[in-house]
Write a protein that binds this ligand. Structure first.
Ligand code: 13P
Length: 251
């Protein structure tokens, strides 16, 4: 069984178009293992320019950080999957905890977004993860399973294998506190078992599950070394080309 190893950078609301293109070019140009899929999620304003900048670089793809669930229409300020596709986007991050928390995105809404992304032949990077108080109450596994069931498990086996799952414990995002390799592995293994139960082992074994939350060059190797951790969704450290390239080389 060989799953795709992925290093994905979520730039969040950072960089200007100029800085984003500079960052993307620096990463795309750098020597790195070509079997690792590199994904960069830039802000909407520079997706087109970043797409140009990474053109021709092997195994480098572009992601958006969100999309609307409708194809088009009167949704002021929103962006459609067709729009994203037209500028070279291949992946869409959905259900990031910052979207769930600040923009009140529910599992039900995310399920609709997942459908739209898949219908348009793009791939969702579906995020899940618990708050600290949920973990302290030892309800984290149950909590994450509910997010997956409600957001993803309406999909068929053929559809779900196109999804990348990212486990991002909220208490580890932007805090400098990383989940321990054991904590990450525990949750990733639970997610994979759940996928096997809901679908089958083959499906479970083919889906990449990424860890996110203070991934840095110093901890990437040990995290990516866990049996069920197939890579990372990286925030802060993806904004520095040297750090991100080091993370890409940590498999
Ligand atoms: P940090 O790597 O900055 O903790 O952010 C993680 C994240 O939210 C990626 O989506």
């Amino acid at each position: 069984m060989s799953r795709q190893q992925i290093a994905a950078g979520n730039w969040k609301m950072n960089t200007t178009p100029k800085a984003g293109v500079r960052l993307a070019s620096a990463i795309a140009k750098r020597k790195r293992p070509e079997d690792v899929l590199v994904i960069m999620a830039s802000p909407f304003t520079h997706l087109a320019a970043v797409s140009e900048a990474i053109k021709g670089a092997p195994n480098v793809k572009l992601a958006a950080q969100n999309c609307h669930q409708s194809e088009s229409g009167a949704y002021t300020g929103e962006i459609s999957v067709d729009m994203l596709k037209s500028v070279g986007v291949s992946y869409v991050i959905l259900g990031h905890s910052e979207r769930r928390q600040y923009f009140k995105e529910s599992n039900e809404l995310l399920a609709a977004k997942v459908n739209t992304v898949l219908t348009k032949k793009l791939k969702p990077i579906f995020c899940c993860g618990e708050e600290l108080k949920v973990r302290e109450a030892k309800r984290h596994v149950r909590y994450v399973k509910k997010q997956l069931k409600e957001g993803l498990f309406h999909l068929s086996a053929k559809e779900i294998v196109k999804v990348v799952i990212a486990y991002e414990p909220i208490w580890a995002i932007g805090t400098g506190v990383t989940a321990s390799p054991e904590q990450a592995q525990e949750m990733h293994a639970e997610i994979r078992q759940l996928l096997a139960k809901q679908y089958n082992q083959k499906v479970a074994d083919s889906i990449s599950i990424l860890y996110g939350g203070s991934v840095k060059p110093a901890n990437a190797k040990v995290l990516f070394g866990q049996a069920d951790v197939d890579g990372g969704l990286v925030g802060g450290a993806s904004l520095k080309a040297t750090d991100f390239v080091q993370i890409i080389k940590s498999f």
